[in-house]
Design a protein around this ligand. Structure first.
Ligand SMILES: Cc1ncc(COP(=O)(O)O)c(C=O)c1O
Length: 442
């Protein structure tokens, strides 16, 4: 906020950040679900320096670099299926926007000019640039720009806590996935290039993980109607849920994937759109150039950092423990639910966990908007030295409160205990304020 005075951070180490006043913060948000291997990691600093000693910038239409080539090779080895073609960019928004452009170009190079729409879901966030925002089902972030945006969000999310059909999976027969088929028929598959979705909904929904077979249905519908499937793994990719690709949990391989955040783990701005052989074949046989890119795309400095981050994940077998840590932390959050009636739902996958906050647990009634409960919790937690991430919630994407708990994947059991303790103190203060009526909620 322009009127806010932010603490100045002096340094970070592991899961902690320290400000200039000497105050310590447990970073249970990994910044913005980004610092996946924690702060101040020596190996990454060394890789940065080593690359800087050689060259920090070259331009991608003139040269390539060892760092970029090695990173592309590494990513293709780490990913399932034929996901072999990396296009490096600098942010998650650029990655989803490039994925969108690749999908449209794929059909054009096959001689089909009409397939230009990218369908998406409500309660989603794919980035802030105009193409990425067009795909985002995030009403408050769209609001100012609506006349300039395409109407890409068309279907409900798999939001089981607030199922639009009032059903439960799997008895629901995955009606929310089948909405995609209805929308495709209404719009016409000849107009649609791709469907994009986050495997676990992040900022827009507060870590909403889908029921088991959801993505199998989605992929089948896409294939049936000749529509590419883009997975937005900007938040989930490279280990956040315990797998390199969150889609792997459900046995689904996308045609194009967008990565960001954890790819550089906050040490450098780097992201990527990664396409399969199938998507690249007509482009390689046609124009031989993907119509996207930025001055700093594939710059050696960021590529060297990302390569060091991915090596670090592998060498230290970080992903092996994500599931166990996630289960432990989720259980602790469930325990808090039994103590605080305003916790409506605890959800998520791996170390991408969400808590939805409600005025009335029985009716799932959200807190009134004007009480800005998410912002209050974030602030109270920060005062106590705990960083958690704000998220949207609610079926309309407007009337709901949620926070995301997403500590570095390297967090220890003792640090998780401290996290839960700080969160409990935060909720206790919030509860006291509610009861005293000092926060204006009652
Ligand atoms: C799923 C998802 N996609 C895209 C983005 C946009 O990434 P960036 O903020 O790096 O542009 C975000 C950011 O939060 C995200 O969570």
């Amino acid at each position: 906020m322009l009127d806010e005075i932010y603490p100045v951070i002096d340094y970070g180490k592991g899961v902690y950040l320290f400000d200039m006043e000497g105050k310590r913060y447990l970073d249970a948000a990994s910044g913005a679900v980004t610092a996946n291997i924690g702060h101040g990691v020596t190996e990454i600093m060394e890789a940065m320096l080593e690359q800087a000693k050689k060259v920090s910038f070259i331009y991608r239409s003139q040269f390539t670099s060892e760092a970029a080539e090695k990173l592309a090779k590494k990513i293709s080895e780490m990913l399932p299926g034929e996901l072999n073609w990396s296009f490096f960019v600098n942010s998650g928004s650029e990655a989803t926007e490039t994925a969108m452009k690749m999908a449209i170009q794929y059909w054009q190079e096959r001689g089909i000019q009409t397939k230009t729409k990218i369908l998406s879901r409500w309660v989603s966030y794919h980035g802030i640039t105009m193409g990425a925002l067009s795909m985002s089902g995030h009403p408050s972030r769209r609001a100012r720009f609506v006349p300039l945006l395409a109407d890409f969000p068309v279907i409900h999310p798999p939001y089981c806590y607030r199922c639009p059909y009032n059903l439960e999976a799997p008895a629901c027969n995955y009606l929310c996935a089948h909405e995609l088929e209805t929308s495709i028929k209404r719009i016409g598959p000849e107009q649609i290039a791709a469907f994009i979705a986050e495997p676990v909904i992040g900022a827009a929904g507060g870590a909403i993980a889908p029921p088991k077979d959801y993505f199998k249905h989605i992929k089948k519908i896409c294939e049936k109607h000749n529509i590419l499937f883009i997975a937005d793994e900007v938040m989930t990719g490279f280990g956040r849920t315990g797998k390199i690709l969150a889609c792997e949990h459900w046995g689904v391989v996308p045609d194009i994937v967008a990565f960001g955040k954890g790819m550089g783990a906050g040490f450098a701005p780097i992201a990527a759109a990664v396409a399969s052989d199938k998507v690249m074949e007509p482009i390689l046989a046609g124009s031989k150039s993907v119509m996207s890119g930025h001055t700093l795309s594939a710059n050696p400095q960021s590529c060297a950092v990302s390569l060091a981050v991915l090596d670090y994940l592998e060498k230290n077998e970080i992903l092996k423990e994500v599931d166990t840590k996630g289960v432990y932390l989720k259980n602790q959050l469930e325990k808090l639910k039994s103590q605080f009636p305003f916790i409506g739902d605890v959800r998520g996958k791996g170390l991408l966990l969400g808590i939805e906050l409600v005025l009335d647990r029985n009716t799932k009634t959200p807190f009134p908007r004007k009480f800005t409960v998410t912002a209050k919790i974030i602030e109270l937690a920060k005062e106590k030295g705990l960083l958690v991430y704000p998220a949207g919630a609610g079926i309309d994407g407007v009337n709901g409160d949620a926070i995301i708990i997403s500590p570095p994947l390297t967090i220890t059991k003792q640090e998780m205990e401290e996290l839960v303790c700080l969160l409990k103190t935060t909720f206790t203060t919030f509860s006291n304020e509610i009861n005293a009526g000092t926060d204006g909620v009652h």
